[in-house]
Design a protein around this ligand. Structure first.
Ligand code: MV4
Length: 445
């Protein structure tokens, strides 16, 4: 087992990974920018290194500086968290070159899933249902031909995108060329890669993702699904496990498909296979995330696992701690993401945290990256904390979440807690009638 790990991230996830290191008796080294010298992930580490000025391009995305800190500290492995460098194959390769174990899959696995047309091709070949659609498209004429075959409406998406960034719905052939050019220009600007492709538009879909885990001894299992359909501008707000849409039969089919997807790319570590479900029992592969997800705690709560501890064990070469039969989904878990934003305008809110109180209780977990006196700046993701609850059933979890939200105090900045409260107390949400347009449909934003 490793003696020292460097955490190449910040905020709540850096703190979360530190907790797993503590459990395993591993020293945790963190990195911080000038804006984060007083952040919990810097103050709470066994050792922390200043890596640069506030902007991420000069600090948390500065591969050279992070590798330098890792080597200097004598760390044997690097945990990337999520976002930032977590799905950057260059970073995984730079770790390898420096003799550091990257806690995650191989650079090749990261690369193949980063290009969505490549991911779709691989999964289709592996026999996994993918959204009907095209390969990479070069010209509007090619796109027109593909769209006619698929049938309108269609979605145009960026190959290098993901998470809905840059995608556009196209109702019919008269607007296809315009959308094609817009999407292509946006893809080039956002990802430096103009490649785009088409998918059939799936109306009123649900976003359901399956947690998978593989080790270096050819074992691969799934840990059930998470429902992530409550989103705003492709930003998830509330996640839960299990999904109200998924029964035992669908779970084992989706789980088997997700495991097949992971095996198809020789996956190692924690991964997530995203599906779009149409509400009639059909589901389609959308993309695979080759990292630990923000919402991993809901899976941990219903399976009684620690996915970060397992990531570290697997990276050190140990076999998986569980077989498929060991994974039992019990009860219901919900996660609310607390963002630093104005609950009406959704504009980011910045300032010093003047007071802070989080709920406590046996079935309540709070993963947070802030403390009183910390200054929230506009440089980083506005996620402040995640409130996670568990109960025997969904109704109990909803009730406990409302109580947890009501006993949370964050002073000095604005947060989205009022919006979260509106959602968890909404009768339609309680009834499980969740769709991807829930917030807009119920005029909560
Ligand atoms: C779609 C879709 C309909 N048809 N693809 C948005 C986030 C990204 N993961 C994919 N997204 C979508 N892709 C096809 N072919 C509708 C969405 C979508 C969505 C999906 C899941 C959860 C919330 C959503 C909100 C808007 C659109």
């Amino acid at each position: 087992m490793f003696r020292k790990i460097l955490i190449a991230n910040r905020g709540e996830i850096a703190v979360r990974v530190m907790g797993a290191c503590r459990k395993l008796g591993i020293a945790a080294v963190t990195v911080h920018s000038q804006a984060d010298a007083a952040a919990p992930h810097a103050l709470g580490a066994d050792e922390t290194h200043l890596i640069g000025p506030p902007p991420v391009a000069q600090s948390y995305l500065n591969i050279e500086e992070i590798i330098r800190a890792a080597v200097k500290s004598g760390a044997e492995a690097v945990h990337p968290g999520y976002g930032l460098l977590a799905e950057n194959p260059e970073f995984a390769r730079a770790c390898e070159r420096a003799g550091l174990v990257f806690i995650g899959p191989s650079p090749a696995a990261i690369s193949s899933m980063g290009i969505k047309t490549e991911a779709r091709r691989i999964m289709k070949e592996a026999g996994i249902p993918v959204v009907p659609g095209s390969g990479p498209l070069g010209t509007p004429e090619e796109a027109g031909k593909a769209a006619r075959e698929i049938g309108y409406p269609v979605m145009i998406k960026a190959s290098a995108g993901g998470g809905g960034i840059g995608m556009q719905m196209v109702e019919g052939p008269d607007v296809l060329e315009k959308s094609f050019n817009t999407c292509r220009a946006r893809a080039q600007a956002a990802f430096g890669n103009p490649e785009i492709y088409l998918e059939k538009f799936i109306p009123g879909p649900r976003h359901i993702e399956v947690q998978v885990f593989a080790d270096t001894h050819s074992n691969c299992i799934h840990l059930g699904e998470r429902e992530c359909s409550i989103q705003r501008r492709h930003q998830k707000i509330i996640e839960e496990a299990p999904s109200t849409l998924v029964g035992p039969e669908m779970r084992s089919r989706m789980g088997a498909d997700a495991v097949r997807a992971a095996r198809a790319i020789g996956y190692v570590g924690a991964g997530t296979v995203e599906f779009l479900a149409d509400g009639e029992g059909r589901y389609y592969f959308l993309e695979m995330n080759t990292r630990l997800q923000v919402e991993h705690p809901v899976t941990e709560m219903v399976t009684g696992t620690d996915l970060v501890v397992e990531q570290i064990r697997v990276a050190s070469g140990l076999p998986l701690s569980w077989s498929q039969e060991d994974v039992i989904i019990a009860g219901h878990a919900l996660e609310c993401r607390v963002y630093a934003e104005d609950p009406r305008s959704f504009r980011p809110s910045t300032g010093e945290i003047t007071s802070l109180e989080f709920p406590r209780g046996e079935n309540i977990r709070v993963d947070s990256g802030i403390c009183p006196g910390y200054r929230v700046t506009p440089y980083y993701d506005p996620l402040l904390a995640k409130i996670i609850v568990r109960a025997g059933d969904r109704g109990g979890a909803l009730e406990l979440m409302r109580e947890a939200l009501d006993s949370t105090v964050i002073g000095g900045i604005k947060t989205n807690i009022p919006l979260l409260r509106d959602i968890v107390t909404h009768p339609e949400f309680a009834a499980g009638r969740i769709t991807t347009d829930f917030i807009a449909r119920h005029a909560l934003a």
